[in-house]
Design a protein around this ligand. Structure first.
Ligand SMILES: O=c1ccn([C@@H]2O[C@H](COP(=O)(O)OP(=O)(O)O[C@H]3O[C@H](CO)[C@H](O)[C@H](O)[C@H]3O)[C@@H](O)[C@H]2O)c(=O)[nH]1
Length: 625
């Protein structure tokens, strides 16, 4: 139990009599049933104003097992929160009082637009930074936060199991793992002569996502990663609160259980710290920790250059950002300057940016400026932290992150809630506690190659204001094809223009369906090396490259081409490939005869005709059609 509890209860030891329980007579009657640890927890709960938890307790001998399991849960809630339940309840009382009083968390702060690194895909600076990033990658560790339910998407499985695109059907976790392995290999190649480094991956899960995540990894052999390279850390939910006095809420179905809800992705810091994994990484010589989210199929196109920015600028904290449309559901990176002179560069969450701007002399709130975008860059919640200062900071805070509460009040008296609430925290709030000397920066990149999340269900996506991104399964998949087509175009391939089509009520650009396995190209330089002059791809085409050493040379593609090659096979593809190809068939998200993974996109792929090339033996090959 947290020592602060023991300190508070000093002088009231077990065996001192049961007078301390007189405020909760039904608990008092049951003390004989409880162990000394359970009694300590009971004292703590009473001390923190939680006597109502015992009001319904029957005589000893009735429901004793359930009374015990109640304390099992209390012990778990107590040990999984920095400072224990005492801190949780006290923080809740403070934040609920602030919320009732209408206190603005940004009181005294004025927001301005900060300046950061702006990257242009493919220019000399970008290429230089990618090279630095690949070199640094061997000293990196990745952390994927994947404990969220994805309520807005409403998909029944875990989001990590969704296909990034349906041309290959490769799911998010597979894509992430293969991208990390490709980066690991590329980094090791650059550091020839030094020993091969493994890039570790931590996945934060929750009760909602843990077992399906384990099943997905195990049934797919960890998608080629060593199982020892992957660590799963499960976040616990936190207790729900019924009123402004932070009385803990009962589970609606069980009076011996406290209702719990997710605490938010900010838990990742406390979990990394308490698991001891940061120590292991320090000992192993790691230098960078890269945090990312469950559904962004473009992310790894942005990783090498962004890590290059962290390394060249010496950033302790580097947040990745994209130009943000006003009211888009991504936080705004903002410089906040306090009247007392303090200032910080921090994410202001999307629901708080508009009120903050209105309260500080911007009567129109969160609106676009003449660029057509919000002046505040949009946080995509991809953070790159330098391990050493991160570890030092967590040694002070144990990973506790600034929290907030968002109760839905019944009326303007703000005395009762429509339903229970809880404290929440966000991983991007980590810099809030840093000293002004910390090097906090951010990197802005074009959305087309850095950010395409899958968060909204088809119905809500179709209602997104025109011009704002849909963030749906449809737009997420189309963004992959668009980015790959644009990258190949920049590398010199003549690429047909996209057509516009509408799927599940969302108008999108449809580019050729081009995908490649991450090991084909980690950086833009890799792409350029593998694409020779004179290639062209028509709009109806599909191109799948599965292999490290596949080279396109004077290839004219009008149809579907799939190239599968083992690493030891060097394959040059040239000539003209023409066939009926694969076409997109419109489907409706309400058509339950089609699997949910597919119908949420509004299309499915009809595989009519293709050319598939397979190279399973080492050697040099040239295919000319
Ligand atoms: O308790 C939780 C809640 C969420 N997550 C994970 O955290 C990530 C982000 O969750 P959401 O997608 O629900 O996040 P939001 O869209 O609400 O917002 C977050 O992501 C946006 C960009 O995608 C913006 O950066 C925004 O500022 C940031 O808070 C996901 O991978 C999710 O699985 C957890 O691990 N545990």
């Amino acid at each position: 139990m947290a020592s602060s509890v023991a300190e508070k209860l000093a002088g009231v030891r077990v065996g001192d009599g049961d007078g301390w329980a007189s405020v909760a007579p039904n608990l008092r009657k049951n003390l004989g049933v409880l162990s000394s640890e359970e009694i300590e927890l009971a004292k703590m709960l009473l001390h923190e104003g939680q006597k109502h938890l015992f009001d319904h307790w029957p005589e000893p001998g009735v429901d004793d097992g359930r009374k015990k399991s109640f304390f099992d849960q209390v012990a778990r809630l107590n040990s999984s929160y920095p400072g224990g339940l005492v801190s949780y309840i006290q923080n809740a009382k403070r934040l609920l009082a602030d919320s009732k009083a209408g206190k603005n968390p940004y009181d005294g702060f004025t927001p301005t637009v900060p300046s950061g690194e702006v990257l242009k895909f493919g220019d000399d600076n970008f290429i230089m930074l990618e090279e630095v990033g690949v070199r640094e990658a061997r000293k990196a560790a990745f952390v994927l936060v994947a404990g969220g339910l994805g309520e807005r998407l409403g998909y029944k499985g875990i989001k990590l199991s969704l296909p990034v695109e349906t041309t290959t059907g490769r799911c998010f976790i597979q894509h992430y793992i293969e991208s990390i392995l490709a980066l690991q290999e590329a980094s090791s190649r650059q550091a020839q002569g030094q020993c091969k480094a493994e890039i570790p991956l931590v996945i934060m899960t929750s009760d909602d996502t843990h077992s399906p995540t384990v099943d997905l990894l195990e049934s797919n052999n960890y998608f080629g990663m060593k199982s020892t390279q992957v660590t799963l850390l499960k976040q616990e939910k936190v207790a729900c609160l019924d009123d402004n006095d932070a009385r803990l809420a009962f589970d609606p179905n069980d009076k011996y259980k406290i209702q719990t809800k997710p605490h938010g992705h900010g838990d990742v810091h406390a979990l990394l710290y308490s698991s001891g994994i940061l120590e292991i990484w320090r000992t192993a010589g790691k230098k960078w920790v890269l945090f990312f989210q469950d559904t962004n199929g473009l992310l790894f196109k942005a990783i090498p250059a962004s890590l290059g920015v962290s390394a060249t600028k010496g950033y302790h904290v580097n947040s990745l950002a994209v130009p943000r449309k006003a009211k888009e559901a991504i936080g705004g990176i903002t410089k906040l300057t306090h009247t007392d002179g303090r200032s910080m560069v921090i994410n202001v969450e999307y629901n708080q940016l508009d009120p903050l701007l209105r309260a500080t002399g911007h009567p129109d709130g969160d609106v676009n400026c003449d660029t057509g975008f919000s002046p505040f860059p949009g946080n995509i919640n991809q953070l790159i932290l330098e391990l050493e200062p991160y570890f030092e900071e967590l040694s002070k805070t144990q990973g506790a992150i600034s929290e907030f509460v968002n109760p839905k009040y019944k009326d303007s008296t703000k005395t009762s809630f429509k339903s229970s609430t809880r404290l929440e925290c966000m991983m991007q709030d980590y810099p809030k506690t840093l000293s002004p000397s910390a090097r906090v920066g951010f990197t802005v990149m074009d959305t087309w190659f850095a950010y395409s999340p899958v968060k909204n269900n088809p119905e809500d996506a179709a209602k997104v204001p025109k011009g704002n991104p849909y963030h749906s399964a449809t737009s997420g998949e189309m963004a992959i094809y668009r980015a790959n087509s644009l990258i190949l175009k920049k590398a010199g391939i003549q690429m047909s223009d996209p057509i516009t089509d509408v799927f599940n009520g969302q108008e999108v650009e449809v580019w050729p369906r081009i995908t490649w396995s991450p090991k084909w190209a980690v950086t833009f330089s890799d792409v350029k090396r593998k694409v020779e002059a004179g290639c062209s791809v028509s709009q109806i085409s599909t191109l799948v490259i599965n292999g490290q050493n596949v080279f396109l040379d004077s290839l004219s593609l009008d149809g579907t081409l799939i190239v599968n090659a083992i690493d030891e096979a060097e394959v040059k593809v040239t000539g003209s490939v023409q066939n009926k190809g694969w076409v997109l068939e419109h489907i409706d998200y309400k058509d339950t005869s089609i699997p949910e993974k597919t119908r949420i996109r509004g299309f499915r792929i009809q595989k009519i005709e293709q050319l598939e090339l397979n190279y399973t033996e080492p050697g040099n090959f040239c295919f000319k059609s």
